[in-house]
Design a protein around this ligand. Structure first.
Ligand code: HEM
Length: 311
């Protein structure tokens, strides 16, 4: 897996280095690159030689997510999804194309790839919020870089070194607290259920707002809104004081099965970025987290990149 992640990271690093070839620093919207990075990583690991087909699936799913959000945000008219509007037709076409590609891949017995189909974007979300927060909190950026350079030097990080990055892990935990890629979890109730005094009929949909829990002052304390990775210095259990209040990867039987995959990929990507670049927020960055299924920076992530030797 690490070689596949590495190939994807090198591609992004090379593109950014190319931008810096003749300049000391330059402005880059890192968000599209980080989206592509996580999609590429999963395409390479899950799809193997079906990499290009995998990429097409992710492009289609990004378009589908936009259409789904437009539907959720519009007035609901019962039965309207059966009307052959342009949008409804496009959504059906996308669904058909994605299914056909996946069917083709499965028929070729290359993979069973339910995981990759859904979740490529979340790692990109984690990385982009991490870069934004580290651009705002240069002390943490410096601490993370120091840790990476001490553990891996300037060479390609290996899996053992990545597993021992403590500051980077604390940073990711705090980023996932403040900006959980999946801000809500939903469950449908299959039979009438009593919850305290409330009776919920079968078919009700319950939503757990991870975002609210992660931003609850009673749980996290007065610095709940601050970026403070230190709170995770002794692990998640200590930070949450043993309460079930931290769900970036969900919980229970449906907990994310890709979390180790995601964290390993994110660690490798961040380690390589820190080895090569230092970064600040650009004046053109506009802070606007918004949910298009996953939590994204609505207007991109404009950062000023510098080559690390020239800090
Ligand atoms: C930072 C990155 C990620 C985050 C924050 C994340 C978050 C989550 C969350 C919150 C759930 C639970 C959803 C629910 O309960 O309704 C979930 C489920 C899942 N995730 Fe992830 N995920 C990430 C990356 C990945 C990756 C990279 C993969 C695949 C390689 C993946 C595969 C899955 C699968 C297959 C499920 C469904 C498990 C089930 O229903 O049994 N995730 N993820």
């Amino acid at each position: 897996m690490v070689p596949a992640f590495y190939t994807s990271c090198v591609e992004v690093i090379n593109k950014w280095e190319e931008r810096l070839k003749n300049e000391r620093s330059c402005e880059v919207d890192v968000w599209p690159y980080l989206q592509t990075l996580s999609a590429d990583a999963i395409s390479r690991t899950a799809f193997g030689s079906s990499y290009e087909e995998g990429k097409r699936v992710f492009e289609l799913q990004r378009e589908q997510a936009e259409l789904v959000m437009q539907l959720i945000q519009s007035v609901y008219i019962p039965g309207s999804r059966y009307i052959p509007t342009k949008k409804n037709k496009r959504m059906k076409d996308i669904d058909r194309e994605v299914k056909a590609i996946i069917r083709g891949i499965i028929d070729k017995r290359m993979i069973t790839m339910k995981a990759g189909e859904q979740r490529q974007e979340t790692t990109g979300n984690l990385l982009v919020w991490t870069m934004i927060l580290l651009a705002q909190h240069k002390n943490w950026q410096a601490r993370a870089r120091e840790e990476v350079l001490l553990a891996c030097g300037e060479k390609k990080p290996d899996i053992h070194e990545l597993n021992h990055l403590k500051i980077v892990t604390m940073i990711f935990n705090e980023v996932l607290r403040l900006y959980p890629p999946l801000a809500t979890l939903a469950r449908m109730i299959h039979e009438e259920t009593k919850l305290g005094d409330i009776t919920l009929p079968a078919g009700s949909i319950l939503r757990l707002h991870t975002m609210f829990l992660h931003h609850d002052r009673d749980i996290w304390g007065d610095d709940v809104k601050d970026f403070n990775p230190e709170r995770f210095s002794e692990g998640v259990l200590k930070a949450t004081k043993g309460q079930a209040s931290y769900f970036p990867f969900g919980g229970g039987p449906r907990i994310c099965i890709g979390q180790n995959f995601a964290l390993l990929e994110a660690k490798l990507a961040l380690a390589m970025i820190l080895q090569h670049f230092s970064f600040d927020l650009s004046p053109s960055y506009s802070h606007a987290p918004h949910s298009v299924i996953t939590l994204q920076p609505q207007f991109g992530a404009h950062l000023i990149l510098h080559k690390v030797q020239e800090i």
